[in-house]
Design a protein. Sequence first.
Length: 229
Amino acid sequence: ETVVELTSVSKHYAHGVVALEDVSVGFRQGTFTAVMGPSGSGKSTLLQCAAGLDRPTSGRVVVDGRDLTTMGERKLTRLRRDRVGFVFQAFNLLPSLTAAQNVGLPLRLTGRRPDPELIGQSLEAVGLGDRARHRPAELSGGQQQRVAIARALVTRPAVLFADEPTGALDTGTSRDVLRLLRGLADAHAQTIVMVTHDPVAAAYADRVLFLADGRLHGELPDPTAETVT
Ligand code: ADP
Ligand code: ADP
């Protein structure tokens, strides 16, 4: 089942800046995809368009069976909140709130009760069941990023987008976060799309897409290669 599908997506800015040009790609449920490419190649723009955080200039984006490109603002906001998770390089946790309160924020935003059970399950899923009452300053960088991942997962999104999630972490901590993402895909069939500069990080993914100048320049493993039997 394809959870996210982009068809001929282009994003142009003023003064002839082309951020994305004619990108078509699908993301199947339970796959962990890495998106690589030089700075300015359109990686963030691809993620933002796929997540409904940005509207393409042309083309179509379908998430969880719904066409974002024809959707009104209110519906788009709701879909983004309920069906899409987003993790950034900077963890973006609220410093005055505990881990559990941070994880509960998306539930409050959807007008739901910050269900302690859902929050607990999310913290368990990232291995931080015992850190619920800690504030961000009392957690390591890797733990803070795991809280951010728990927060992104608390609504049980169809897809988790991660923009350089290990960009602010050291090698060892990065590895823990990447193992966690790998485990979410393997054990929970969580669909994940991650932008990264780091080939070591990309090695945790099932599939790597390469962008250059806003265009898709191939992927690994090569989908056109003949299967060796
Ligand atoms: P990457 O994530 O690969 O570094 P981006 O998606 O951030 O690339 O940017 C792709 C191109 O689009 C770059 O040339 C960038 O300068 C341009 N760009 C991105 N956002 C904007 C914007 N809001 N206005 C104008 N140009 C932008
Ligand atoms: P089961 O269906 O046997 O509970 P799962 O693999 O679905 O097994 O879940 C194991 C644990 O991880 C449960 O506590 C579940 O609530 C939690 N969990 C599963 N998927 C997610 C997710 N996407 N986000 C947060 N927690 C999850």
